[in-house]
Ligand binder design. Structure first.
Ligand code: ZN
Length: 318
């Protein structure tokens, strides 16, 4: 398949897979996935604490559309080889809280009360981990897809993290606010509208745009990771010789897209750039043996990656 055609198909795929349409397909017979208790996992990185906090999990029937560039039979075979179900995929949503001294920075938000069934659990799980949404100092966004930003604003219009500054990748903000870009891809209008709706609720004096490579707090820095969206950022925590990376959506579920990193999930906006970013970042994590966390990774969302065949195997923290 030629690259231009592939990318074009990808953009159309994104529009067909809005979160609403994805979840309205859910068949009750598939059951409801559960995240094991507790709904959070702490990791010490030097003097910094990182806590993966789950917002919920959704289960979607596995169809031809989910992996754009592999036949469904191959996708099912890879799941079966890992003793995973082949009729559905469970997709968790797990923001990460970084605690540096007395400063609390939450990376990505989940859905709050705006999401599909079985989501919106971040608040309860954050309280269980000992932190209140009211005490979050900074929210840091990796990219502007709904599952990462909709939790900023509750259904009633109130700010979920009322005192937080909101830090966004400058390139991501520029893309979604660009009228010409929006007009160029009518299929993405819903995603543009959503990003603009959420951003319009953030008071101007609380919105901070950061550049790739910026240090957001002592020990927390951003790195460009384009492809899934044009301006996506990942985040590295470094303290006292230890390090950790939050990889956001460099892959969707690792059972498919870490094991077979050249496959593209329907939500990757530029599949080829996303593929290059994925291999680059995962090679770095393997080489440095750096612990990582991922928004769509299975419980507890934190672990390590090692090389497996042509891809990578995720080993979850115990
Ligand atoms: Zn996502």
């Amino acid at each position: 398949m030629d690259r231009r055609h592939f990318l074009g198909a990808g953009i159309a795929g994104v529009s067909a897979l809005t979160f609403t349409s994805v979840f309205s397909q859910a068949a009750p017979s598939l059951g409801t996935p559960a995240w094991p208790e507790p709904g959070f996992r702490r990791l010490k990185v030097g003097s910094i604490e990182v806590i993966a906090i789950n917002d919920g999990i959704t289960r979607r029937p596995l169809g031809e559309e989910f992996v754009r560039n592999a036949p469904l039979e191959q996708v099912k075979a890879l799941l079966a080889a890992q003793n995973l179900p082949t009729d559905h995929v469970d997709i968790p949503y797990t923001p990460h809280l970084v605690v540096i001294g007395n400063t609390r920075l939450l990376i990505d938000t989940g859905f709050a009360d705006n999401g599909p069934p079985n989501t919106g659990k971040l608040r309860a799980n954050m309280l269980a981990a000992g932190h209140r949404p009211e005490d979050i100092d900074h929210v840091v966004l990796s990219h502007f897809h709904g599952d990462h930003i909709n939790g900023l604003v509750a259904k009633d219009g109130s700010l979920v993290f009322p005192k937080a500054k909101v830090h966004v990748p400058a390139a991501e903000y520029a893309f979604w606010m660009d009228d010409a870009k929006m007009a160029a891809v009518p299929a993405l209008k819903g995603a543009f509208d959503n990003a603009r709706r959420v951003m319009s609720k953030i008071p101007a004096d609380r919105l901070v745009k950061f550049e790739a490579g910026a240090e957001l707090a002592p020990g927390l820095s951003a790195m460009a990771a384009p492809g899934h969206t044009p301006g996506m950022s990942v985040f590295t925590v470094r303290s006292q010789g230890q390090s950790f990376m939050y990889v956001a959506d460099v892959t969707n579920v690792p059972s498919l897209f870490a094991r077979s990193p050249d496959w593209a999930v329907a939500f990757d906006m530029d599949a080829e750039i996303a593929r290059q970013t994925r291999r680059h970042i995962f090679d770095m994590l393997v080489k440095e043996k750096m612990p990582m966390g991922g928004f769509h990774f299975p419980a507890p969302a934190m672990g390590t990656l090692e090389v497996a065949g042509n891809g990578y195997q995720f080993q979850a923290l115990a």
